[in-house]
Design a protein around this ligand. Structure first.
Ligand SMILES: [Zn+2]
Ligand SMILES: [Zn+2]
Length: 263
């Protein structure tokens, strides 16, 4: 088993050849895909892929870049979308103060709204955070105090302090192809030390192709390269890390069922 815990199969760069992309990933050993949405207008299309493909699941949520355009999205609309049997997660949501494509106060309000739906439904929250460690940590601690909810930090690029903070809050950390980059020494150190039961791997395709694919559009097949790289960092076999991270995936995303293997 090997799961790409975060990809955008409906984004330009992947969507044009979605069947080819999925076929290449399956040939590379990828057995599951979590197809992530970033705005309400794409929810139906993201879920439709998960309806058509037994090894694809879907998330529903609003990316912090899209917060301004969804300032009035109520929790009820999000909650209703999570009822679909192939929707196993909420997100991606969070805070992005690097690009600041949306007003920060609106980002924070939507982040808290997503947290409330995650707490009510029990579906894990997929968090995007960039240049916003302090506010992300503060909101997570505050909201956990009101009632626990399952969550992960996707495409982790933050500090070791932030990693400790979110691990202490019970979160899982997902590593993307960024960990393979030559200048990612700090992140590699974090990847080496992560508790085995609290880590996932992802591509964030079509973004962030890992070494040795840099410069190409990223595809879910490349999660195998990121998994192999992290396995080497940690001194385990790539097969072991693939099994561990897949088991972690199904333990966190309890609504997902592994596809049945045809005998
Ligand atoms: Zn993201
Ligand atoms: Zn993403």
């Amino acid at each position: 088993m090997l799961i790409d815990s975060h990809c955008h199969l409906n984004y330009k760069g992947v969507a044009e050849d979605q069947q080819g992309v999925l076929a290449r990933a399956r040939a590379a050993g990828v057995t599951g895909f979590l197809n992530i949405s970033t705005r309400q207008s794409e929810w139906d299309a993201v879920v439709a892929v998960a309806e058509a493909e037994p090894d694809v699941w879907a998330s529903v949520g609003i990316h912090p870049h899209e917060a301004d355009a969804h300032a009035d999205l109520g929790a009820e609309a999000l909650r209703a979308a999570t009822a679909h049997p192939r929707v196993i997660a909420i997100g991606e949501t969070g805070l992005d103060y690097y690009y600041d494509h949306s007003d920060r106060a609106v980002q924070r309000a939507l982040f808290r709204m997503h947290i409330g739906v995650a707490r009510d439904t029990g579906l894990p929250l997929i968090i995007h955070t960039r240049d916003a460690e302090a506010d992300t940590a503060e909101i997570l601690a505050d909201e956990m105090g009101k009632g626990a909810f399952p969550a992960l930090i996707h495409c982790f690029t933050a500090s070791a302090d932030f990693a400790r903070t979110v691990l202490d809050l019970g979160l899982t950390i997902s590593l993307s192809g960024i960990v393979t980059f030559k200048n990612a020494r700090d992140l590699q150190e974090i990847a080496r030390e992560l508790p085995e039961q609290r880590m996932l791997v992802e591509t964030d395709a079509p973004f962030l192709a890992p070494i040795p694919h840099r410069g190409k559009p990223c595809e879910p097949a490349f999660v195998a390269d990121t998994c192999a790289f992290v396995a080497q960092l940690r001194g385990v076999s790539r097969e072991d890390l693939a099994e561990t991270t897949s088991a972690n995936f199904f333990r966190l995303f309890t609504k997902a069922q592994p596809p049945q293997v045809a005998l």
